[in-house]
Design a protein around this ligand. Structure first.
Ligand SMILES: Nc1ncnc2c1ncn2[C@@H]1O[C@H](COP(=O)(O)OP(=O)(O)OP(=O)(O)O)[C@@H](O)[C@H]1O
Length: 954
């Protein structure tokens, strides 16, 4: 019994376990580390939780062995391990310490959640603690003071325990037990890291279960078996020695009464709090079924207390004969081994729990540091808050003070400002009053000065006006004198003209006289011929009378010679008269002007009403040089209808009754000038439908009449030694291109593609057009055919004003070259008869497409014609027809001939080398009134143009 008692005393004495209160900090947990058994109570949150297989493998080193031994099912539902929970986001509202690390976090979290997360552990602890309360108390009561047994007792061989128990009673140092060498593999498999221990402690129970020697559940505690074995051993051991009463009584007390009170494999400290309290704080948890009580691993013995527990107690009355010592010894031996192995495991657990404890200590220390740090921070923050509050309050006070002061100052400033404003206003009013008075004074001064200046200016103006009026009067007088001089000059010129006309008439009469003389001479010659014949008869008669016949013949011969000499004298006189005529004719033409304008008013169409005609009058009936046109009616703002009167004066105005014959008489002298070797240009200008073509190209128009005159005159001149060659060509300028109206154009494509260029011979002042058909006009009959052909080919189209409106400018060019075989004189003149296309306003014509282009080109070329004439009119100095740049006073002016084909073609006809006549054609209809006025204004401008003196071409 003593050995037994000693042996039991050698067992590690469980220390009382103080489970950490859920509400207590880890410091308290660390404080409980003095308890040697506290390590076994640690990892509270992980009890009963299933550990992941990977963790098991990593931590235990022999996962297969463990898992195969896990016969006991894991509790359901699965609970997360501390490691898993450490990985979850922290949901507690409680702030973690600032210096938390991952480990400390997990620890703190575990500590914070201890009440809730350690339900099973709490339950387990509470249950086991309850068991321990009983077992420990009973155990301590039974085994004594709990002094650790000597290590030698654990190392003692089986036989020593059985045979020499006293020798084993020697107390063994506790360290020797730790140093005892367990089987390496076993130690290896059981050694764990502290953190793993935290989460895998329940599996230790499993491993114990695997060994089959010890139960892990509270309902199946190895202590139960152990205690039962001990009791058996006690019964066996006490066969030889009588147990004390106390021992006999106390042994049964060490046995667990219920499975729930069975101690765990590791003796646990008794919790200071009742399990109910812990259960109250922790969630309810039902232990899994595997924790149910299992039978003792020890072989069933016929003396097993399970069969008849009460009979197993050793009493005085026990039948000790029934005990088999050998069997009891074997049981004791097995029990001893079991206790040793159990103790060894307990020590290992203790070591691991120590490590865990150390870890917790460190974590707790760290947390304590963090806590201290936080506390310091909190204190410093509180101090800062207090300081800030104090400052805020002081600032508030200062602010109020400043605000009060500012309000006072503001009031003061306002008051002073009002006073100042009042004073400024007053001073301003005074200043305004003063300025007003000054201003009035200044205004009076200015007005006075202005009136004085005005008066002086008025006087000066009056003086200037009187001077100007005097100068004007003088100028007027001078002008009147000049006008008188001009009138006298005109009168003298007129007298001269009359004188010349008289001389011309005289010459003509002389010419007639000479012709009569010539005719007389012819008659005389005939008479003389008859006389000669008579004389010849006489000669014949007198031959018989030779002498008388010779004398008669000599007389007759003398008379004949005299007659021939007289005739020669007459012819010479006639030639001189012709030259004089030409000279006088040219002088007359020059006096009439090298550019003259005739106006012709077309009669209204028979179908039109008189109401449609404009009011056109011809004031001077005698001279027929004026035309008066009443403009369109204009209604004033007062409703009064007025018409504007336009007066125009031209070289000759032909009314509606004038026919082409009368008109040609006026231009016949110009045709003679062409025969005399001058360039003559006659062109018809006017709006479309005004009668241009009718005047120029109709059957009795100017062109056929001119040709007829030229033919007849040339015939007459033949008797005076003149022979003329005439070349005629007929072209049109259509859309700024030259077309040959007498050529093959229009008949073949080849001819149509011919290019016609204008060339000017600046030396001879001749104009030629390339590739243009030129016809020798030998007979008058040719003229009719030429005109027919030209008119047929001319571009015409119907317009709003004319059914056959000419859409081109037609030019009939007649080149006259004469030579006097008697005198050897030569002449070269050109007659250009131009039928211009009608000017037309685009707004009125309403033409489109090709017609529009035609109209635009027509208007453009007519505008260019006006520009050329305008530029020529500005030429006051000498004119050089060979240059397009002529001197105008002190400078040079450019004559824009090249701006259009028409003006370039008529360059020499429009210049001073030509005698130019323009017909301005007028349509009488009201609807053409505006265009009529425009045309008349243009013609007036042309008529006022003075171009140089024409020279004969040689
Ligand atoms: N003096 C006139 N007496 C009688 N009829 C005239 C006279 N002048 C023109 N006409 C007639 O007026 C019409 C238009 O004349 P004409 O074709 O000559 O005009 P235009 O000025 O040549 O027109 P455009 O050149 O624009 O085609 C013609 O039918 C013509 O017979």
């Amino acid at each position: 019994m003593e050995e037994t008692e000693n042996f039991v005393s050698l067992l590690p004495q469980p220390k009382r376990y103080q489970p950490p209160s859920p509400v207590k900090g880890l410091s308290e947990i660390s404080a409980s580390t003095n308890n040697a058994r506290h390590g076994s109570m640690l990892p509270p949150p992980q009890y009963g939780l299933k550990r992941p297989a990977s963790n098991r493998m990593a931590n235990n080193g022999s996962p297969e062995k463990r898992s195969s031994s896990e016969a006991v099912p894991e509790p359901q539902p699965k609970r997360k391990t501390l490691m898993e929970r450490a990985g979850e986001p922290y949901k507690q509202t409680q702030a973690a310490p600032r210096s938390n690390t991952a480990v400390s976090n997990s620890v703190a979290f575990a500590a914070a959640r201890a009440p809730s997360s350690s339900s099973y552990s709490s339950l387990s602890r509470s249950t086991s603690s309850a068991s321990r309360i009983t077992s420990n108390s009973s155990f301590s009561q039974s085994v004594g003071s709990g002094i650790r047994p000597p290590a030698s007792s654990l190392a003692r061989p089986k036989t020593s325990l059985a045979k020499n128990r006293n020798a084993q009673a020697a107390t063994r140092p506790a360290t020797s037990l730790d140093n005892r060498d367990p089987p390496k593999e076993e130690v290896k498999s059981k050694r764990m890291f502290p953190m793993n221990l935290l989460s895998h402690s329940p599996q230790k129970n499993v491993s114990v279960t695997k060994r089959g020697a010890r139960a892990i559940s509270p309902s199946r505690s190895p202590f139960k078996s152990r205690d039962s074995s001990l009791a058996k051993a006690m019964q066996t051991l006490r066969l030889s020695s009588r147990p004390s009463k106390h021992e006999l009584v106390s042994l049964p007390l060490a046995m667990p009464k219920t499975p729930s009170q069975s101690p765990s494999r590791i003796p646990r400290a008794t919790p200071t709090k009742s399990p109910d309290k812990l259960m109250h704080n922790a969630p309810r948890f039902t232990p899994p079924e595997r924790h149910k009580f299992e039978p003792s691993p020890f072989p069933a013995s016929p003396y097993s207390p399970n069969k008849s527990r009460k009979k197993q107690y050793l009493t005085i009355d026990s039948n000790l004969e029934s005990w088999d010592p050998e069997e009891q010894y074997g049981n004791m031996e097995r029990m001893y081994q079991d206790v040793c192995s159990h103790y060894k495991e307990a020590m290992e657990d203790n070591t691991s729990f120590r490590e865990t404890t150390n870890f917790y200590k460190q974590a707790a220390a760290k947390l304590e540091e963090d806590k201290a740090l936080l506390t310091e921070n909190i204190i410093s923050l509180k101090a800062e808050v207090e300081t800030s509050r104090y400052r805020v309050s002081s600032i508030e006070r200062e602010k109020l003070e400043v605000k009060r002061t500012a309000e006072e100052e503001l009031d003061e400033v306002r008051r002073s400002f009002r006073i100042e404003m009042e004073s400024v206003k007053q001073s301003h009013r005074d200043e305004v009053e003063r300025m007003k008075s000054d201003h009035r004074e200044e205004v009076r001064d200015v007005r006075r000065r202005f009136e004085e200046e005005l008066e002086s200016e008025r006087i000066q103006r009056i003086q200037a006006l009187s001077q100007a009026s005097t100068a004007t009067a003088m100028e007027k007088q001078k002008q009147e004198l000049e006008l008188d001089a001009k009138d006298r000059e005109i009168q003298s010129v007129r007298n001269e003209v009359e004188r010349i006309n008289a001389g011309l008439e005289r010459e003509q009469s002389l010419n007639d006289q000479l012709r009569q003389n010539l005719a007389g001479a012819g008659n005389t010659q005939a008479a003389m011929e008859s006389a000669r014949q008579a004389l010849q008869a006489k000669i014949d008669y007198l031959e018989s009378d030779n002498k008388s016949q010779s004398e008669a013949y000599a007389a007759m011969e003398r008379k004949m010679t005299e007659a021939i000499a007289h005739a020669t004298e007459c012819m010479e006189k006639l030639r001189k008269e012709e030259t004089l005529r030409r000279k006088l004719h040219n002088q007359v033409q020059e006096l009439k002007g090298n550019i003259r304008v005739f106006c012709r008013v077309r009669p209204s169409h028979p179908s039109s009403d008189n109401e449609d005609n404009a009011r056109i009058a011809f004031p001077d009936v005698d001279e027929s040089k004026q035309i008066e046109v009443r403009g369109p009616e204009e209604t004033s703002s007062l409703g009064k209808v007025t018409t504007k009167k336009y007066d125009f004066e031209f070289d000759r105005v032909f009314d509606t009754a004038s026919h082409n014959g009368i008109i040609f008489e006026e231009i016949s002298q110009l045709i003679q000038s062409a025969l005399d070797g001058f360039n003559v240009c006659i062109f018809a200008y006017g709006q479309t439908g005004s009668g241009k073509t009718f005047t120029m190209s109709s059957e009795d128009g100017m062109i056929p009449r001119a040709l007829r005159q030229i033919y007849s005159t040339s015939k007459e001149l033949e008797s005076r030694g003149w022979t003329y060659s005439m070349e005629g060509s007929f072209i049109e300028v259509y859309n700024e291109e030259i077309r040959d109206l007498l050529g093959e154009e229009g008949r073949s494509e080849k001819a149509a593609t011919k290019k016609h260029d204008i060339h000017h011979d600046t030396v001879r002042c001749e104009t030629t057009i390339t590739n243009v058909t030129t016809l020798n006009l030998d007979s008058q009959d040719q003229v009719e055919g030429i005109l027919e052909q030209a008119m047929a080919r001319r571009s015409v189209a119907a317009t709003s004003s004319n059914e056959r409106s000419s859409r081109s400018h037609s030019v009939f060019i007649l080149k006259l070259q004469g030579r006097n075989s008697i005198t050897g004189e030569q002449s070269k003149g050109t007659l250009n008869l131009v039928d211009l296309a009608g000017s037309e306003r685009l707004n009125n014509s309403k033409v489109e497409g090709a017609r529009l282009k035609e109209t635009q080109n027509i208007n453009k070329s007519l505008s260019c014609l006006g520009d050329v004439i305008g530029a020529l009119g500005q030429q006051s100095g000498g004119f050089n027809p060979r240059s397009s740049v002529n001197v105008n006073g002190g400078g040079e002016s450019h004559i824009p001939y090249r701006n259009s084909k028409l003006t370039y073609l008529l360059q020499y006809s429009l210049s001073g080398n030509s005698k130019t006549l323009m017909f301005v054609m007028v349509a009488p209809e009201k609807k053409h009134l505006q265009e009529t006025i425009t045309s008349l204004k243009f013609a007036e401008k042309v008529g006022n143009t003075k171009i140089g003196v024409a020279k004969r071409s040689k």
